[in-house]
Design a protein. Structure first.
Length: 458
């Protein structure tokens, strides 16, 4: 379907950030393999997170989502998911488990499936089948894990056999932090625990910090130097180029857990005000959050907005006049589409770097953002680890006013920010449901009317 901005009225106001997709995934999976019954308050109910719910149910977790509504956001409300953890890890499905488009579910559950007493096959949509898995499959071998790519291309479908007992292993840190989260979560509840060395450049550390945060909330003790600056190390010392984790065999303990707001999704709400001018307060964004995408606040500040940060909300004021900047998205790759769209509406050159790993998301986000914005008259140079945007949207010299999301939810929402100032249409625009199912309603709260149409209506 086509996504299009229909109308903009007086813009701004107070809105609540949607719950964090990353935290919801982790809380679902960890509580599903915890002892006892947990309640998750204010979880994100989206296509991606429901893939985690479905996968955990296949292994015996009892998950009741009937007490959920999108308005609950604290343990005093009546909105929650109740999850009773599995007693014995056993895949109850005789068929391949379809994870649709959820790479997080695939990667975390691959290690956990190795703890099962029988075989598991994970598959998904065409996009998921392009996700590289080879590095995780290799890291599982020293832990007793036996998982393989059925098509022998290092990508899904993935078949996982029993045998994961834990122990020592290592993995490079420059491909996907989800591999590391997967090993840590499964290693915790394995027979031997886990000692993990992450070698070299460690991308997206913040996502692993989020994983550790949830694990600790569910009663696990972790030893790591993730947060240590090796200031006194010799640069030639290999230990200084590695990060270490050590977790003794433990059990996750059930708890009541409240999911915080999502800085990634909030970036579109903040971005709308940044583009058009006005003032917005976004609630449920925490000052001490471990989310790497909290970087959006620094970015918007540098682009010319005024930011006020309180303990549990953020206020942004903007004149609508943005300026190009130089930014490293090393630890916040999911912000790439948002920043690309904002930069295409800003004055001056923008340089985005440090985000080569964005090529391995739902799409090659570097290539696809450059491809689509070039259609709209932007002058862009695509680099291996990012891009340079030399000039913004110019529909008079454009190829088309139509872009496509390539079935990537973040591209669809990012391109809608361009639609605030230019008459464009976004093909395959309905995919925002993956991470922000009430995106249209949330934008309406701040004065932006967005519509979904059949293509023949446009």
């Amino acid at each position: 379907m086509i996504l299009k901005v229909k109308k903009v009225s007086e813009i701004g106001g107070i809105v609540k950030a949607p719950p964090s997709k990353s935290y919801t995934h982790r809380a679902i999976i960890i509580s599903s393999f915890a002892e006892g019954t947990s309640r998750l308050y204010d979880p994100l109910s989206s296509e991606d997170t429901l893939s985690s719910v479905n996968a955990c149910r296949k292994f015996g977790a009892e998950i009741n989502t009937s007490n959920f509504n999108s308005l609950g956001n604290n343990p005093n409300s009546n909105s929650f998911w109740e999850i009773e953890g599995v007693k014995n890890i056993e895949n109850l499905s005789k068929k391949p488990i379809d994870l649709k488009n959820s790479g997080t579910t695939l990667r975390i559950m691959t290690s956990i499936a190795g703890l099962s007493t029988n075989n598991t096959i994970f598959t998904g949509d065409e996009s998921l089948k392009t996700r590289p898995m080879g590095m995780l499959l290799e890291a599982l071998k020293p832990l007793g894990g036996n998982a393989k790519s059925i098509l022998e291309n290092g990508k899904p479908p993935i078949e996982v056999q029993p045998g994961f007992v834990g122990g020592k292993t290592s993995i490079d840190g420059n491909v996907s932090s989800q591999f590391i989260s997967s090993l840590l979560i499964a290693g915790t509840i394995s027979e031997k625990g886990i000692d993990l060395e992450v070698k070299g450049d460690f991308i997206s550390k913040s996502y692993v910090a989020m994983t550790l945060d949830v694990m600790e909330k569910f009663g696990v003790e972790i030893e790591t130097d993730l947060f240590t600056k090796h200031e006194n190390c010799n640069k030639d010392d290999k230990k200084c180029s590695s990060t270490f984790f050590s977790i003794k065999p433990q059990k996750f303990i059930s708890t009541n857990y409240t999911v915080e707001g999502d800085y990634s999704s909030a970036s579109y709400l903040l971005g709308a005000i940044a583009v058009l001018g006005g003032k917005i307060t976004v609630k449920n964004l925490f000052k001490d959050s471990k989310q790497g995408d909290k970087l959006i606040l620094d970015i918007l500040d540098k682009m010319g907005c005024h930011i006020e940060i309180e303990n549990d909300y953020v206020t942004l004021s903007s004149t609508g006049d943005l300026i190009g900047i130089e930014i490293d998205l090393h630890n916040a790759p999911d912000l790439l589409p948002t920043i690309t769209a904002l930069s295409a509406l800003a004055k001056g050159k923008t340089l985005i770097k440090g985000v080569k790993h964005a090529r391995y998301k739902e799409t090659d986000r570097i290539a696809k953002c450059a491809e689509e914005l070039s259609k709209l008259g932007c002058i862009i140079k695509e680099n291996e680890d990012g891009m340079e945007i030399f000039s913004g949207i110019d529909l008079k010299n454009s190829v088309s006013n139509r872009v496509t999301s390539h079935n990537d939810h973040r591209l669809a929402m990012a391109f809608s920010l361009i639609g605030l100032k230019h008459e464009i249409v976004i093909e395959k625009g309905e995919v925002f449901n993956v991470s922000f199912p009430n995106y249209i309603e949330a934008m309406a709260e701040i004065g932006v009317e967005i519509g979904l149409f059949d293509d023949f209506c446009i």
